[in-house]
Design a protein around this ligand. Structure first.
Ligand code: PLP
Ligand code: COI
Length: 342
């Protein structure tokens, strides 16, 4: 294998959250009922897959999302990758797939970053987004677990998830669609959770909103999450985020903000958040690997609009953003041990 160490022809100043083909990817397969073994790194390439593969017929698959960052002094940091490993294992169990061990998952992530290192943007310009996939690649006709699974990781250099980076976004509450129902797969990163959100999200975008806020499918009044990020709001200096009920994805950014907020002396409540309460909050933001912390400027719900923080970024949102991204980018000592170095 020849690693190309030349600089990619990419304009680091105009990165967006979009696909770019990179150099190398990780691949491993595992038969149903067996355990995963270490896979191999290979050149980035298209897959050959059976038309009867479980993933394309019945959606048996999940993905993960994580980021590597370059520090000012040239180190390469990951962010709590063991949580992605554990969440993927939970997801595998829910979707009837053999879970990948933490050890194999983490060593694969490391190799993918190492062998695509020239695609890791310079400090402050963006991140290398790492996309692990685990899916049923074996042929199956009846609705049952596939006979073979693939664990694959590719990586892509990315910029901000929402256009305009830290500019506050406008969101709309969906009155019509739900993301997940109790007992379903909303609590894991099943690939099938995402396609049903595309049309509602596109509709909202065509009306000028950046994304949708989903409410719970039972009472139609508690905030669940924002498309592909978790929801937070702040009222009277208390930080609120929806409690994990099985229908909300347990975000690693969410967990980190809860821990960080408490360490900064804030009261953080994980509880049911009535949309009417959220509409009276002082600040709001959404949080995720891709979104990091994205301030919410306004929410539309049932014809009413709430504007947060006078169109700017709320004080506590900004404080959390700085504290979190300082750790992620290695600008401060990582007292939590969240950022293993490559
Ligand atoms: N909610 C959904 C539906 C997501 O897809 C994501 C992204 O992974 C998140 C929340 C945020 O999770 P994390 O912070 O682990 O990226
Ligand atoms: C992430 O934040 O990693 C996500 O999965 C969001 C998304 C691009 C689906």
């Amino acid at each position: 294998m020849m690693l190309d160490d030349s600089k990619p022809s990419i304009d680091w100043d105009s990165l967006t959250f979009s696909f770019t083909e990179t150099d190398r990817m990780y691949m491993s397969t595992c038969k149903k009922g067996e355990e995963w073994k270490s896979g191999v790194m290979q050149d980035y390439q298209e897959l050959r897959i059976s038309p009867a593969a479980g993933v394309i017929n019945y959606g048996q698959g999940l993905f993960e999302g994580m980021k590597a960052r370059r520090t000012e002094d040239g180190r390469v940091l990951l962010f709590r990758p063991e949580f992605n490993a554990r969440r993927s294992a939970e997801g595998c169990r829910r979707l009837g797939m053999p879970p990948v061990s933490e050890e194999i998952f983490l060593s694969a992530v490391k190799k993918v970053v190492e062998e695509n290192i020239r695609w890791l943007p310079p400090n402050g310009k963006g991140e290398l987004y790492i996309r692990p996939l685990i899916f049923g690649s074996g042929a199956v006709l009846g609705v049952s677990p596939a006979p073979e699974y693939t664990f694959l990781i590719y990586a892509v250099p990315v910029g901000p998830y929402f256009k305009g980076g830290m500019n506050p976004i406008s969101l709309k509450v969906s009155d019509e669609y739900h993301r997940a129902a109790p007992g379903g797969s909303g609590g894991v990163k099943a690939i099938g959770n995402y396609a049903p959100g595309m049309m509602p999200s596109q509709n909202a975008k065509s009306e000028g909103y950046a994304e949708i806020i989903y409410l719970d499918a039972v009472n139609h009044k508690y905030v669940e999450e924002v498309g592909a990020a978790n929801f937070f709001c702040i009222k009277d200096n208390v930080i609120y985020t929806p409690e994990l009920t099985g229908t909300i994805l347990p975000g690693i950014t969410r967990l980190s903000i809860i821990e960080l907020g408490r360490s900064m002396g804030y009261e953080v409540h994980e509880e049911k958040i009535d949309i009417d309460f959220a509409m009276t909050a002082d600040e709001a933001f959404c949080a995720g690997t891709a979104a990091v912390i994205s301030p919410i400027g306004s929410i539309e719900h049932g014809g009413k609009i709430t504007n947060y923080s006078n169109g700017g970024i709320g004080k506590i949102t900004q404080e959390l953003f700085v504290a979190l991204t300082d750790i992620m980018n290695g600008r401060v000592e990582d007292k939590f041990g969240w950022t293993p170095e490559l």
